[in-house]
Design a protein around this ligand. Structure first.
Ligand code: GLU
Length: 305
């Protein structure tokens, strides 16, 4: 399928205009509440080397849960399948920071993209490498092409200050024997990974790792093809909070969203797409980024269905 991406991106920008500024900026992390909701960025990076951007594609935003895809990639690379003893692979049907399900299911989170699941993955990365965040940081710097990519320390401090639920989740898991490192150590790495400040252009570049089935920007293989298949299957089923069904219906692509308002979508063999708008819907997904990805799927015909 030959797609004119330049034209598609321009049409997405037109289609999304009525939604820009809609939704509610996340405020449970106080620093995120200060972001201007009237911004919107969009970027497509293709496996054949094209990059097309629109709107605020070079403005930094908080990566938040989108980082969870990359920590899981690193853990699969290092440990293979053993992580699945500590975390499941099913949609949760509960809020991403729910304690109730975790208690009922004896400290085994439903999937690696809800908060407790991601904390377990970060804990594993830390146990494996001695410095979980540094490993992620190196990967993101090379795959985004930005050697200066960094954490927003103000957001990280804000997350840590407001991180009561994440602490509760991690301690509950520790109570069930599902934490390897001291809770505070694992959480420090988790808060830092969520606070990486990234642009749509950079995120689309990093997403190519998945669109190319595990091949890094320098042409070497990081992940087995099967690992990438598993990672993006989980994006499809668990990557957009409690709206994975709605995303499959409207977008039809594996996506991972974050409460910073970003969403990464993967079109295997073709491209990675990053959309960002800070206003969120009731599920925690960006209103404008969701609309943009739905328009992109309609315009390009890219869909796994
Ligand atoms: N850092 C956020 C938290 O732990 C991530 C949530 C998200 O983006 O889904 O609550």
């Amino acid at each position: 399928m030959e797609v004119d991406y330049r034209r598609a991106v321009a049409r997405v920008l037109e289609a999304v205009a009525p939604c820009v500024g809609a939704g509610k900026v996340a405020d449970y992390i106080p620093e995120l509440a200060t972001v201007d909701p009237r911004q919107f960025g969009f970027a497509v990076a293709t496996t054949d080397g094209q990059v097309h951007c629109a709107g605020d594609a070079d403005t930094r935003f908080s990566m938040q849960s989108i980082s969870k895809v990359f920590t899981l990639a690193l853990v699969l690379y290092r440990d293979g399948e053993t992580i699945w003893r500590r975390v499941g692979r099913e949609p949760s049907g509960s809020p991403f920071n729910s304690l109730i399900q975790l208690e009922l299911e004896r400290g085994i989170p439903r999937n690696p993209y809800i908060n407790p699941g991601a904390i377990v993955v970060t804990d594993q990365l830390l146990a494996d490498g001695g410095d979980g965040f540094a490993t992620l940081h190196r990967l993101l710097r090379t795959e985004t092409g930005n050697p200066d990519l960094d954490v927003d320390d103000v957001v990280a401090a804000s997350e840590a200050g407001a991180g009561h639920r994440n602490r509760a989740l991690a301690h509950l898991m520790a109570g069930f024997g599902n934490m390897v490192n001291p809770v505070d150590d694992a959480l420090e790495h988790y808060f830092r990974q969520c606070s990486v400040a990234i642009t749509c252009r950079e995120l689309a570049h990093a997403g190519l790792l998945l669109a190319r089935h595990g091949i890094r920007a320098d042409g070497t293989r990081l992940l087995a093809r099967s690992d990438v298949r598993h990672l993006i299957a989980l994006m499809m089923t668990c990557g957009t909070y409690d709206a994975a069904g709605e995303f499959a219906y409207r977008v039809g692509l594996p996506c991972k969203s974050g409460v910073g308002g970003g969403i990464l979508a993967i079109v295997p063999d073709h491209c990675a797409v990053a959309a960002w708008g800070p206003g969120l819907d009731d599920h925690g997904n960006s209103v404008s980024a969701t609309a943009a990805l739905a328009a992109f799927a309609d315009i390009t015909g890219h869909s796994v269905f």
